[in-house]
Structure formats: C-alpha cells, structure tokens
Design a protein. Structure first.
Ligand code: GUN
Ligand code: FE
Length: 449
C-alpha cells in the first residue's frame, strides 16, 4: 500500500489523566489512511518479524537515541486572525483590547492577500510547535474564513475553523459585524456548506465550526439561529464563556442567568462544544457541562492577563468536566502549546498556594488545585481528542498518526545524574523550543521538514 510505513523509536503518550506511558524502542505501524495499525514493544513475540517486514520494504524509519515521539498537540482555542497582534496590548482590560486592537485587525481580512499571508504563517508556525490539530476562530467575514480552512488543509494541519458570528450593535463596531441576525445565520450556514465541500480534499480533513463570539457580541435571534444550525449539521461549536468578571456579569445582567445556562438555552451547549476560558463557572454550570459532555478550552496564559482569576482546573475536572489546553492567540501571546502546558502548571500551583504573602499560609490558597505535568500533557492531547470526537491524542492502534519527533538534547542540558523516563519527559515539556521539534506528522503525512 502507498503510504504504509513504520516508525521505530521511543515515545511518550498519556493513557489517562494521571498516567503517561513510555514505550522504549517501540514499532509504530501506520496504514495508508494515516492511522496507527499496531504498536509493538521489545519483547513482543512479533516484534522482530514486524521490524523485518518494514525494513525489507524500505518503509522503516528509525529514530536516534536522542529523539522521542510525542502525540501532536490539540490547540482547543486559537484566533488565527489575531496572530499579527500576538504580544500587543495585553496590559489593557479585555473589553478595551477588543475594541481598540482586535476588532480593527479582524476587519482587515476582507483583503484576501493579507488573509492568505497571515493564515499561512500562523498555520505553519503552530505546526512548527507540534500543533497537529487546531480549533480556530477566523473572523466575521466568510470568504477569508473559508480560506483559513483551505490553508490548514493544504499545509496538512487538521483545522476546525469558525466564521465568527457577531451582530450585536451595542458591543460590536459597524466595520466588524454581521449586519443583522439573518446575515449572521445565513453567512454561517453558507460557511458550513463551503467547508463541508472541501472537507474530504485533505487526508486529515478540515471542519466547520459554529462560532458565536460570545454572548455580549450576539443578539438573541442569532444565538438561537446558530443553535439550530449546529443541530442541523451536527456541527462543532465554540465560544467564550464566563471569561472575566466583566463577561460573566454581562450575561447575568442581560438574562438573569449565567453564560453557560444562557448558551444552553440557545442549544449551544453540546458534546461538540468547546467553551473557552470559563474560570467563573458556577456549581450548576459545572454540572451542566459535565452532564452535556461539553469541554472547557483552558487558556492559562491569556487568563493571566484577562480573566481576573485562575481556572480551578482540578476542581472542575474532578467534577467530570473535560478540559483541553489552548494558546488563545492573541489573548495568550505564545503559539506554543508547550508554553500553555507550562503556564497551566504554574497558575494552578499559585492557585493552590495563594499569592499574597501578607495572608497566613493556611488561608492563602485553594487546596488541591495544583495540576501535574502528566495532567497537563493529557489535557493538551487526549482531552482535545475527546472534545472534538476524533481519534487523536494517543499513540495506540486506531488513532491517527499525529506526532512530533523531539530532539531531547538540542538546547537542553544533558540529563544528570541519570536519564530516567520521567526526567526526560519533564525536560522535554519544560524546555523544548520549536527548534527541538525535528519532524511533525499529521494523519501519516510528514508536514514539516
Ligand atoms: N471574548 C470575546 N472575544 C474574545 C477574544 O477575541 N479573545 C478573548 N480572550 N476573549 C474574547
Ligand atoms: Fe479567545
């Protein structure tokens, strides 16, 4: 078969929330559709035979001792259109940052040359950091949003893309809004159809996403229409939810209920929904998300600037909510999911210990809040797959061969005093730069040279 091949080498992947599996010198067989067909470990009866079979066909790729394989990352919340302003104006509050920086930038994508240039750059930049699947916000305009889906397809990333719906004249500027609920709904439906038409042109596929920006930017009619569209097309949904004091209170003042409850009322809380941020979820909201199997897209870096708080990750996940990791370009300034993993751990530890030294240690923090590196890796890989209902995030039979091959010595101090598996994983996750990532594969195709 055309693309059938095997990779021999060592790998890490999350088996569950707490446990990472290390496979030493395994053989990972990949079929022509880009799925893992079988994984063989040293000592398995068939190991040598399988190895020989691929070797003789010239289809065995052997990793060196200084390379390990990790699953590709799933970035569950990223604004492709905000890439040019990554790093800008993060000292402003969210609502000011949106009005003064973000909406003017997002309106520029009507210029398709600009869209083409930026979108190619953001997709290839995130691939370089090992992001093999991304759930993208594009902009309010349909044509450049379809272009983003095409670019993901062409460059080999599994892109799930949303044309942003935003039609509320009270909180969106005229130059960056759908002119009416009808336009928001019709344009979203046309967008879904156009992306479905190109979906299968690419081995890894691309997907349309119903994308109400957030409650403040949408009218009731639009929210209702989008809920119906999501149902009609069984589509993925993404939005922002209870991100900051301001955003959380906005929904409560408008509807007398929380963001999550209001989204649910409009049919926008489903097992295919990702709500970004969500630190201010109230106990009933947490139960709602757990019951509906809705995922939180955790944006730890962005939250440090805009959210006025830290997501109680451990608390929400212990109550049954799936939480995937995200960069939130450009509320978060880094395209690296490694950076998101690091910040999620740092923030959770600060939540646990508390941060104000003038408060007695006993009362300073929120107990049982710190997450481990293993938890964060699971969130950046397996939780993303669960959120999107796709076989991605693990290196097991039946999963898509989406991997990053990492050089574990470049730019990283030599392991001392010993190379335990745990040491290797910690160093890789905490110190890797994009230059450590030597190869990226999506659906069995190599996408970065
Ligand atoms: N809420 C509504 N739009 C946005 C956005 O673009 N970024 C963030 N962080 N929050 C939002
Ligand atoms: Fe966002």
């Amino acid at each position: 078969m055309i693309n059938e091949m095997a990779v021999q080498g060592s790998a890490f992947y999350s088996v569950d929330f707490d446990k990472v599996r290390y496979i030493k010198n395994g053989i990972f067989c990949v079929n022509d559709k880009g799925y893992i067909d079988g994984v063989y470990e040293e000592g398995d009866e068939d190991y040598s035979l399988i190895r020989l079979k691929y070797l003789e066909k010239g289809k065995l790729k052997v990793l060196s001792d200084t390379e390990v394989m990790l699953p590709g990352f799933v970035d569950l919340h990223i604004h492709a259109s905000q890439w040019p302003q990554a790093g800008l104006a993060l000292d402003r509050p969210l609502e000011i940052w949106l009005g003064e920086y973000t909406f003017p930038l997002e309106s520029r994508y009507r210029n398709l040359d600009f869209a083409n240039e930026v979108y190619r750059d953001v997709v290839s930049s995130t691939l370089k950091y090992g992001t093999t699947t991304a759930l993208y916000f594009a902009t309010v305009d349909r044509e450049p949003s379809v272009l983003l889906a095409k670019i993901c397809g062409e460059l080999g990333q599994r892109g799930l893309v949303g044309k942003v719906a935003m039609d509320n004249p009270e909180s969106t500027p005229e130059f960056c809004r759908d002119n009416s609920p009808k336009e928001a709904i019709n344009e979203t439906e046309a967008f879904i159809k156009e992306v479905l038409e190109i979906q299968d042109l690419y081995k890894q596929k691309v997907y349309p996403v119903v994308t109400p920006r957030f409650i403040p930017s949408c009218t009731d009619e639009t929210l209702e229409g989008l809920g119906k569209l999501a149902k009609k097309y069984d589509a993925h949904i993404q939005t922002h939810c209870s991100e900051s004091d301001w955003a959380h209170n906005f929904a409560k003042e408008r509807f007398g209920i929380t963001d999550a409850q209001a989204l649910d009322k409009f049919g926008l809380i489903t097992s295919k929904t990702v709500v970004a941020h969500a630190p201010f979820l109230e106990p009933d909201d947490v139960k709602l998300l757990a019951d509906k199997k809705t995922t939180i897209g955790h944006c730890p870096l962005s939250n440090a600037y805009f959210a006025n708080s830290v997501l109680p990750f451990k608390d929400f996940s212990s109550r049954g909510v799936n939480i995937g990791m995200a960069t939130d370009i450009s509320g978060g300034y880094s395209p690296s999911m490694y950076q998101a993993i690091r910040q999620s751990i740092i923030s959770s530890r600060m939540l646990e210990d508390g941060v104000d030294p003038s408060i007695n240690g006993k009362n300073r923090g929120r107990k049982n809040s710190a997450i481990t590196l293993n938890n964060a890796l699971y969130s950046a890989t397996v939780s993303g797959g669960i959120a999107l209902g796709l076989p991605i995030g693990k290196l097991e039979k039946g999963y898509s061969f989406d991997v990053q091959i990492v050089d574990i010595e470049k730019n990283i101090p030599k392991f001392y005093p010993e190379k335990s598996e745990e040491d290797i994983l910690h160093k890789v996750l905490l110190l890797s730069e994009s230059s450590n990532i030597k190869e990226v594969w999506v659906q069995g195709n190599r996408v970065k040279c």
